[in-house]
Design a protein around this ligand. Sequence first.
Ligand SMILES: Nc1ncnc2c1ncn2[C@@H]1O[C@H](COP(=O)(O)OP(=O)(O)OP(=O)(O)O)[C@@H](O)[C@H]1O
Length: 895
Amino acid sequence: MRRHHHLLGLLRRAAASSTSASSHRAGPVPSFHPIPLRNGGAATAGPRFFSSRARAGAGAARSLVEDEAEVSDWISDLKTDSFHLGLSSGDEGDGPTRGPAATSGGRRGRDSKGPPPRSRFGGGEFGGDGRGFERRGRMVSRGLDDDDDDDGSEDEVGFSSARGRRERGGRSSESLYGGRSGNDHAGFRSPRGQRGRGGRSANVLRRGHDSNDDSGFRSPMGQRGRGGRSANVLRRGYDSADDSGFRSPTSQRGRGSRYNDLDDDEGGFGSLRGRQVRGGRMSGMSRRGGRGSDLDDNEDDEYDSIESRTSSRSHDRGRRGGKVGSMGPRRGRGGNADFSDRRSRGKEMFDFGSSEDDSELGEVDEHDGPSGFEDDPFVDEGGEEDLVKSPAKNSVPFELTKVGSVDQESVARTRDSGDDDSYLTQTRFDECSLSPLTLKGVKAAGYERMTAVQEATLPIILKGKDVLAKAKTGTGKTVAFLLPAIEVVSKLPPIERDQKRPPISVVIVCPTRELADQAAVEANKLLKFHSSIGVQLVMGGTRMALEQKRMHTNACQIVVATPGRLKDHMENTPGFATRLMGVKVLILDEADRLLDMGFRTDIERIVAALPKQRQTLLFSATVPDEVRQVCHIAMKRDLEFVNTVQEGSEETHSQVKQMHIVAPLDKQFSILYGLLTDHISENVDYKVIVFCTTAKVTSLVAGLLSELKLNVREIHSRKPQSYRTRISKEFKESKGLILVSSDVSARGVDYPNVTLVVQLGVPTDREQYIHRLGRTGRRGNEGSGILLLAPWEEYFLRSIKDLPITEATLPLIDLDSKRKVEKALAHVEVKDKESAYQAWLGYYNSNKHIGRDKYQLVSLANEFSRSLGLNNPPAVPKLVLGKMGLNNIPGLRSK
Ligand SMILES: Nc1ncnc2c1ncn2[C@@H]1O[C@H](COP(=O)(O)OP(=O)(O)OP(=O)(O)O)[C@@H](O)[C@H]1O
């Protein structure tokens, strides 16, 4: 019945959306390394243009499929996959075909030849066939190219693609300070120098504009924080009267190799000297005089080629060296249209299994969308409290402990000294030009000193600059963007601020509901004393009608939203679009995620609905190529990139021990059980997250671990939002608990004191691995991460080879444990196994490495089926098989 209603809802939505273009779902301080940014010129209005490709995507009618959580995950991944494929064609080589007949690379699996199994369970059954795709990481990019657009667009900026992965070593954090002096009144007041003890610094590349703002650090001294981190600002410069930022006149030549080049005339980062680029290319951003924006993905570039520099001359050299990345249409993105098409065709609510990405979670769920009116029977009965946060509510005193992430040196120092909070810089919030009420809120929240990313970004953001910030997981990015946003609202004239339905001044977009909820809670903590500023949470899975009502009854100037629901309000809530015209600040949290194929069209539409004259902030722990898109569509060309991940250090926390295990599927449940029981026996206050590839697999694993009498909770997109909210809260507050999760928990969610993160099966990409791992080791805590792969997933290790991951010792599995696992597995319902099988098939089918060879895929899927204790692989609906391109593949059963 429910499904029937749902289908009606879908039809209704489809009709409504036929006119609406939206596709859906489609440290610390460190070193800031500057980045790029572009050039300068007088900054004009922001981004406002979209590529034709983007338009095409946006023009796609919202599909029925997108409303079906059951199918969305797989599709989303497929999209993402296609996207990545397009971006990285150089890396991947294109296998001859992707169809069922594809056999490039040879078949994997039992027959494959490859390195001997690494695990004692390997047994040679699965060989790493060496055909695995090496993902070369996507970090690093660099350059914005500003460019004059032929088409007259204004601010087209972006990073040139450099797709390379950073090499360990060889980088050091540097700062380039362009020696400005100013007269601003904001910023840190401390005259102390900021040179950090810990050798971290944040490098900020600033493009100087004449300015007289009031924010910034006031210290006339260096910029390195005593706390071991410092923010380094590279200012290119123009004579400037402003003082924001650091005032140190010292120019800091980067010792390291990487730097960001900002050149007003040249537009963007160039790829400069320095970095070795395999293949001899360097990527950089260059503005090719007078030409339209031209984005060159440099898809083949394997390494970042940006290095620190101190002069425009070096920039020029860089630009001349090798390939230059510029902005413009990206190549090789054929996956986009294809994806939309697939989605729109989907009319059945099948479970394809898909990596449950945030996107789906937040937005593709059946509860989302414009159908969510008051009487919608399918919407969770979320309490109003969950939806609207009053500034006075949810103020949770925060116990100041340790915060931030640290580089290895800092960790060592901390451990030696027992100094718990050394992840914080020495810069206090009250040294910055925050309003008294905000400072009171900060204090009430328990924050006194800034983390590196906060120290590095606050002065710049307070000046009104667009900022793209990269900082390790769990280092306080949320507060970093919330504080300046709150300041913007608090400084608005009362007439704008105090109306019953004031214009919305700040929009914060998050890729998952959990994250949006968390950001809203944090905002309310900080707003405790700003009685006239309200926050509204707007996210899928809750009744839209309730949100609409709230908007009418509660004044709010700050909206925290998931993309799909925000778009729904834009299109369906009277007056909302008008209120959005007051937006002064747009924040994209987990920017890279929001920019992938699953969200991009929504983001484009959201950006298009906002005033051009606004400030845009992008934050993430990872900044892959996709972020260029956000820059391109949303940011001003004089944006500043603040990178608090120290040059030469990994993007992960050194205090988190990373390990991997490679073992065949039929051994993995026993191994997982062994890992968990070992961990539990060694950690009284254990708190573990087990990440699985899809929602259905998550559910299966949770069921199995429950049968094994472990204290388990599960969370994924197939659970109602009210359930998800409850479980999330419980896990936040608990110890002695295992959370089995899909990727709904992969990003941003701040579960305190997680002791172990297990990743069961290959993550969608390197970034997802980093974000999942980032659920532990937050605020400087220690933690462990274990990646459990099948032999044919071992290729993934190459994409993270720059990270300090080592092979783990296998847990001892005695006969008794083995039997226990088998018995527990036998108790798991067959239908759950069947669902998991189908989901598994969908997930790996969309994996560009494993899904390429359909015969091999089916062979592996059937191996998975056997590992579940099923004698025969479950039959899959024909339609589903068709959608997966798996019709008539031997070994599959259809129904
Ligand atoms: N200045 C500060 N002092 C003490 N604690 C802080 C400070 N800033 C943030 N925190 C706390 O640090 C924790 C991590 O912050 P947050 O969730 O914003 O990290 P993040 O960088 O966004 O992580 P992720 O990349 O995983 O999204 C939170 O519990 C937050 O309350």
